[in-house]
Design a protein around this ligand. Structure first.
Ligand SMILES: [Fe+2]
Length: 377
């Protein structure tokens, strides 16, 4: 039996953000207080920010800025403390993956009493946030990059820099209530960010397709995503249709999000976490670095592999992946990111995230993984 469920109301279209106040009205919020989380800096000077402010004029708005990547425990605690005493009914997160992660945390942890890192670790590890009443806080997720798909997934990542690990929040209360997919928001996205986030989305789609937990609906969305991303990501640099390509990548990321919202990711993502934690490799690139090798390992176990051939436009998927590395001018070698042979043991130790590595269609053990790392070193 196949099972698929996604509760996020999705509003799609160029300038869909203009309809924000109607979308909020339809939510029948319990209070007038709204939290607006954004990446700050240049965003506060944009037309989109002005649009949001106009749409929120009936509300009391607490504007929070988060400029880092990969939110840490201390970031979540700081922001929750800033909101102490405010009975907010809605979080609007507009930005990339890190903004989505924090927005989900502010929604799911609204009723948590968190004052230090140990308390937050306990809440995240034991998933205590699932017991909090979530119906008194809604979330609208507005992506401004061409990756993550987080606007339609029930996952958020919070990083523990002291313990050098990552906690995954997941469950129904981590879903956004609404997502606004507005192509106008990615038009000015720098090419390098568009590419690295699109590679993340490509991994989401491929991993959703081959995941042990895959299903017929996720597979359909995954193929749509793979086709859109592989056709567009290699065209991005210097193309006069650059803005259209980025809009296509945004849709690819959205479809990939719908796909992996119900499957989770697999080996490539599991391996990416220590690569990002220990070597600061951007998330999308960290996941993409092992996609070709994991495909070689998995290919005989992939159900309906012909679908992948069609979506990639070739039966030689590793060659296609290589061509994407070249077109994107991204190194496929770990040594170019500062990884040395002596780092492989720690990478192996930290690569086995429960629910990800064991969701790979082929069981990966430490020796297989060592070989993968050595081959891409
Ligand atoms: Fe990802």
């Amino acid at each position: 039996m196949s099972y698929y469920y996604n509760p996020v109301k999705t509003y799609i279209g160029e300038n869909a953000l203009d309809n924000l106040s109607e979308i909020i009205d339809s939510m029948e919020l319990k209070t007038n207080s709204v939290v607006l989380l954004n990446r700050g800096n240049d965003f506060l000077k944009t037309e989109e920010y002005r649009t949001i402010k106009v749409n929120l004029k009936k509300h009391t708005v607490a504007t929070l800025v988060f400029t880092q990547s990969n939110p840490a425990l201390s970031d979540v605690i700081d922001l929750l403390q800033k909101l102490r005493g405010i009975d907010y009914s809605l979080v609007i997160g507009i930005g990339g993956g890190s903004i989505m992660d924090i927005s989900k945390a502010l929604k799911a942890l609204k009723n948590a009493n968190v004052s230090d890192k140990d308390m937050l670790r306990d809440i995240l590890i034991e998933r205590k946030y699932l017991d909090y009443p979530s119906n008194n806080c809604k979330l609208i997720a507005v992506p401004t990059t061409t990756g993550t798909g987080s606007e339609v997934t029930p996952f958020a990542s919070i990083w523990d820099k002291e313990e050098r690990k990552k906690y995954s929040m997941y469950g129904d209360s981590v879903y956004a209530d609404a997502a606004i997919i507005d192509g106008a928001l990615v038009k000015k996205l720098p090419d390098a960010i568009a590419i690295s986030t699109a590679l993340d989305a490509l991994c989401h789609a491929v991993e959703a397709y081959w995941a042990r937990s895959s299903n017929i609906i996720s597979k359909m969305y995954a193929l749509k995503a793979i086709k859109l991303i592989t056709e567009n990501v290699i065209e991005i640099t210097g193309n006069p249709d650059n803005e259209k390509i980025k809009k296509n990548l945004l849709m690819g990321s959205f479809f990939a999000g719908l796909a992996f919202s119900n499957t989770k990711t697999t080996s490539c993502h599991s391996i990416s976490y220590p690569l990002t934690m220990l070597f600061n490799i951007p998330h999308g690139i960290a996941a993409f670095l092992t996609l070709g090798k994991m495909y070689e390992i998995n290919k005989d176990s992939i159900i309906d592999i012909k679908g992948l051939y069609e979506a990639f436009g070739t039966e030689d998927i590793p060659a296609k992946i290589d061509s994407i590395f070249k077109a994107a001018d991204i190194s496929s070698k770990l040594s170019d990111y500062g990884v040395k042979p002596g780092d492989i043991d720690e990478l192996i130790d930290k690569s086995f995230t429960k629910g990800r590595m064991d969701n790979n269609p082929v069981t990966i053990d430490k020796e297989v993984l060592r070989k993968v790392f050595e081959e891409i070193l």
